[in-house]
Write a protein that binds this ligand. Structure first.
Ligand code: URA
Length: 482
């Protein structure tokens, strides 16, 4: 019997390396005992043994689908996962197409493990809540979070957080492993028991935000728990109110229904809402207003200092399409609304050509303040820096969570960076649909690119291409929302 002890960090690479060597030495699956971690107990009392040396191990070829499945499945808590993966690798040598047979119980088990790990990774990206643990004046902000994953997913999921929160220092504590990101370097440390983390100033915002997007008429407890299992609730500030909101949901839904026939027509109710908004005192704001208020107080980067006001997104919160631009321009800065200047006119025309009603989509920007340099009486647009985009992602993420559109359209490189973490290679990526978290992002140009074209033929061609992009995006969103 051979015993292989895999490290807690780099487990997948170590398994692959050992599996290659075992295969080359023709060691049968039943002759290997796989373990993970320094403290792994040797139940059978066998000595650690190296495989017999093979002068030049054969190249091992496996189907891509096997490799991508194993890449996930090996982070599962199932103690047999390494053995299952090696047994499959062994079997594939004599039956190379075996992995295509979904009916084979060994194949379906590995696929099931991979699926559970994939789901757990997704939960981690969605439910980790950072708390501010640093000094506000320090050059890099510092955050910490506590999370309890179902499987060993910290290592394979940490790169997501590096990409998303590369501009700050953070630590994610879990019972198995701690991921630490400091000055741009990721490292891992042993897991710990839940640490006492400070309350976060943003906690109240999350709570208010969540209470306000909560629609009692739409409560589907089972679906909600499937998506956000109860075990995660305790570590998420916004869910502190869930039990009480769920308890009251039926009554509130009934109240809403009873009130419905007496509501004034929609236009009248909008006007009334505006009037009462104007009369509302501080502290009484809710929903989008609360978000706009919080945005007003934003000091995450210096852009607020010269801008007239931040410009939040606008549009229905149940929109299936969300458009993300770069930043407000001169007009937007003065009016406090997105896309109301020259680029907005180009966008309006394109929406019209693509058969999209502007009133049905959510329009916003990756950066919420106007960045400019004064030149005489004019304020000349400046492209936001990577840092400014990354700091402003906080707001964009809140809007994305609030609207949860079927499809997001990234207009230009700044939007693309805000949404996916990278804005490079825009033209190569144009027309593609990329995933950002669990949301699809359609990539296209910014409408102001068309404003800069001097050659009228080229401009006509580019306009037509932009209209075609938006048509494709609308078709795709309709398909996804169906
Ligand atoms: N350009 C943008 O990207 N957004 C606006 O809101 C206006 C111009």
């Amino acid at each position: 019997m051979y015993r292989i002890t895999l490290p807690e960090i780099g487990t997948f690479d170590a398994w692959r390396d050992a599996a290659r060597r075992a295969l080359a030495a023709k060691v049968r699956p039943e002759d290997i005992l796989w373990q993970r971690g320094a403290g792994a107990a040797d139940l059978f009392g066998t000595e650690a043994t190296e495989f017999p040396d093979v002068a030049s191990p054969d190249r091992v070829t496996v189907p891509k689908s096997f490799l991508s499945t194993v890449r996930l499945a090996l982070w599962h808590r199932d103690p047999e996962r390494f053995a299952r993966a090696y047994a499959m690798l062994w079997a594939l040598q004599s039956a190379p197409r075996l992995f295509e047979d979904r009916g084979d119980p060994r194949v379906s088990k590995l696929n099931a493990l991979a699926k559970e790990v994939g789901r757990d990774k997704h939960k981690m990206t969605a439910f980790v809540r950072f708390r501010d643990t640093g000094d506000r004046d320090a050059p890099r902000r510092r955050f910490a979070a506590w999370f309890e994953p179902s499987h060993f997913i910290v290592e394979p999921t940490a790169p997501f957080f590096v990409k998303r929160f590369g501009d700050m220092d953070w630590t994610i504590h879990t019972p198995d492993l701690t991921a630490v990101f400091e000055n741009g370097v990721l490292r891992f440390a042993p897991g710990i028991e839940k640490p006492p983390l400070p309350e976060d100033a943003t906690e109240e915002l999350w709570g208010t935000y969540f209470r306000n997007i909560f629609n009692p008429a739409r409560v589907k407890l089972k679906a909600m728990q499937a998506e956000m299992p109860k075990k995660y609730w305790k570590n998420m500030p916004e869910t502190a109110h869930l039990p009480e909101m769920i308890a009251g949901a039926r009554a509130r839904a009934a109240e809403m229904q009873a009130a419905a026939p007496t509501l004034p027509p929609l236009r009248a109710s909008r006007v009334t809402a505006r009037l009462s908004e104007d009369r509302r005192g501080p502290g009484e704001v809710h929903g989008e207003d609360r978000l706009a208020d919080a945005l007003d107080a934003c000091r995450r980067c210096p852009l607020w200092q010269d801008a007239t006001q931040p410009v939040p997104g606008e549009g229905p919160v149940d929109a299936s399409l969300m458009f993300v631009g770069e930043q407000p321009g001169d007009r937007e800065d003065l009016e406090g609304r997105p896309f109301v200047g020259p680029a907005g006119a180009v966008l309006d025309r394109a929406l019209d050509q693509a058969g999209i009603d502007r009133a049905t989509v959510y329009l916003t920007n990756a950066v919420k303040h106007f960045k400019f340099v004064p030149r005489g009486k004019r304020r000349v647009h400046q492209t936001p820096s990577a840092d400014e985009i990354d700091h402003c992602r906080w707001w964009l993420d809140l809007e994305r969570e609030r609207v949860r559109p079927a499809l997001i359209v990234a207009l230009g490189a700044t939007a693309l960076r805000g949404l996916t973490g990278s804005g490079t290679g825009l033209l190569k990526r144009r027309g593609r649909i990329e995933m950002s978290g669990d949301q699809p992002v359609f990539v296209t140009i910014h409408p102001s690119y068309l404003l800069r074209l001097r050659d009228s033929d080229q401009r006509l061609r580019e306009e037509a291409a932009f209209h075609a992009d938006l048509r494709r995006a609308a078709d795709h969103a309709a398909h996804l929302a169906a």
